[in-house]
Design a protein around this ligand. Sequence first.
Ligand code: ARG
Ligand code: ZN
Length: 876
Amino acid sequence: KTIYLKDYQQPDYWIDETQLTFELFEDHALVHSRLSIRLNDAKPQAQAQPPLVLDGQLLELVSVELDDQPLSNYQVDDDSLTLQPQTASFALAITTRIEPQNNTALEGLYKSGGMFCTQCEAEGFRKITYYLDRPDVMSRFTTTVVADRGSYPVLLSNGNPIASGEHDGGRHWISWEDPFPKPAYLFALVAGDLCLLQDSFTTMTGREIDLRIYVEPENREQCDHAMDSLKRSMRWDEEVYGREYDLDIFMIVAVNDFNMGAMENKGLNIFNSSCVLAQQDTATDMAFQRVEAVVAHEYFHNWSGNRVTCRDWFQLSLKEGFTVFRDSEFSADMNSRTVKRIEDVTFLRANQFAEDAGPMAHPVRPDSFIEISNFYTLTVYEKGAEVVRMLHTLLGAEGFRKGTDLYFERHDGQAVTCDDFIKALEDANGADFSQFKRWYSQAGTPRLDVASHYDAARREYRLSFRQHCPATPGQSEKRPQVIPVRMALLDSAGQELPLQMAGEQQSLGNETVLSVTEAEQEFVFANIDQEPLPSLLRGFSAPVKLSYPYSRDDRVFLAKHDPDGFNRWEAAQGLAVDVLQGLVEIHRAGRPLHLDQRLADIYRTVLADTALDAAMVAEIIRLPSEAYLVELADTAHVDAIHFAREWLRAELARSLKSELQQRFDSLQVSAHYSADADAMAMRSLKNTLLGYLMLTDDQAVVQQCVRQFVEADNMTDRQAALVALVNSPFEQPRQAALEHFAERWAAYPLVMDQWFSIQAGSTQPGGLERVEALMQHPLFTLRNPNKVRALIGAFANQNLVNFHRADGAGYRFLADRIIELDRLNPQIAARLVTPLSRWRKFASDRQQLMQQELARILATEKLSPDVYEVVSKSLA
Ligand code: ARG
Ligand code: ZN
């Protein structure tokens, strides 16, 4: 069943108070709720009093009482409980019985390892008890948890603990009260045998906040980084947004089985352990940065999401796009801003652009959905963040802050829409974003084609822009969007020219933001003495596909001279893309490949540039991913792309061998491990260099790699060496390293996820057989989403040559797993469909094989709405 944004109506009833008691047992749980309900008198009603329709799924209804009288006059079906109240306000008491231990979908109340935990966003609360499970119904919650004291000494819920006690039979209870009204999706409960890392934070007004991270005892030593990240996030939100934390206690709990990264439940964030635990020995630098970002993201939701929440799920990007923007700015402030931007843009272009070009393309604010879980997408999150970033660019930091201050003040305690957010930014700045709002309603990635003309006689330089957004499902016509283009003009020495528009007096400085608002639009710059080279879309100031007829020499020039670091990287990327696309064509035509020395030359220059941030050097010499090349192609020839890219990597490695080796050696000295940004940057570069050096067929390098694997005092270096070995043709050291690694880290699930994923990603032949064998490994299980992502997800998304095997066996394998998983965990199953949904990208033989597997999935009986929606839309 499809739900439409245009059908939104206020609820018929409000729930002012929600009192819950959970009795937890090994084979079931009883949930007693007592709800104070009130008729929504603001809503015009057709009848005297409308029925009350509560959401509920997979519940056993034990009892219903209305105003303390047993009620028997109600209807129950698979999704709801309906009754007819006679008064405008009343108390409803409901008891349901559920089986958390059998909940493999990990939505609602479930067991992960030995503990009970919840995941209610978006619509999981209805699997706990009958309720108005929609974000515009906000209620004050009081929660009592009762469980066996021995097995579950720790009992947590939202807010502050207010009372506790003992029951007979070794059971105990604790009551929690959350003073802030909230929608049910922010409810949380945890019961387990957990240990605690405790700290405190003093807010800007001097309040002392009790900070707690709860983990299973064996993970006790791995929480320091998360705690540190939390404190820095709290400070940052005060400094940058003026937002103070509001409860006296803030808790994070790590669980092993979790569908997503983490969840911002009020005062009790629940995290996938992969986004909390980080320690030198077990976590890579990338994992450290992910923990920092996710801790910040969930913390920031306390304002952008919880204090001000969403009216309905179509508004999801209101909280997610904004919060992703907030967390990425936080990470930029904590680390290298330019590198963070490069990482985000790389990710967006390889993945969100592909989503925008595929069958599931949808606007940042979707118009309809079948299953909301399918809309926790790169478009809602990452493109949504880009949209907020553009608003920040257009208003400037100060204007944006004025806007968010007004937004938080005006809507505190409310459930609102993306329009309300925009309105606050407009009102605070006297701005008009009516056209800008098309970013929320139009799907697809706009193309921005740019041409230039220099008029020497008039000393004028003209930039002509033409924008076009391709059709997407359900949207054939698009109207022009507001595209902010941050830019500068460079002279032949690479200096930025002062900018001034023709016919205007005012000087714009050396860099400006052009607002492209028309389908075709020109900007004319005055007083230009020689033809400049434009540096366009600096910092990727809009999520568009920009094209300007740069020659390869232009790109070399920009890569060496653009004063803007991001665009220097962009120029090198652009050259690499151009070179690779050329190689793919030449290879497909059966002609021999040659290395364009200009690319090697850029790499040589940056490798010698010791003044440049080492992480930037690593980014510049990293070739665009196969996934990005697939996204850029009209028809992607996976084998040719893989061949060309590997050929280029090896060729670059051979021509730059001595420079690579020299820089690699110079990075060896950095003696002791440290987790600071400089040390991470050095490791990033060192390991990128190792990857190249391993392609030079030099036994000494292989020895060096093995030595790094054995002697590394941190997981980043150890893992990088393992990746290099696993992707090498050297059978013996590869097997030895894999075995050694598995023995050493068998007791660390997150480390073993890496072990699975590195092998799943290996492009050596026989990939599918290796993945099938690994499915039989005793540590692998389909029930743990992290394991599924590490093995099946990594194979289908990152191992293109093996997944796209010409005989279709990779597709068949994935379809089988989707069908199998759909019975256990529909959300995770639906996510795995993505690589198959992209079938239109590939050559016709692959297209057929992929469609065939999609059709086979669709024909499966009792398909979940999650998988049904993605598969049926993919085939449409
Ligand atoms: N709100 C969470 C976050 O982004 C994600 C919740 C995901 N839930 C889901 N059903 N997909 O921080
Ligand atoms: Zn979020």
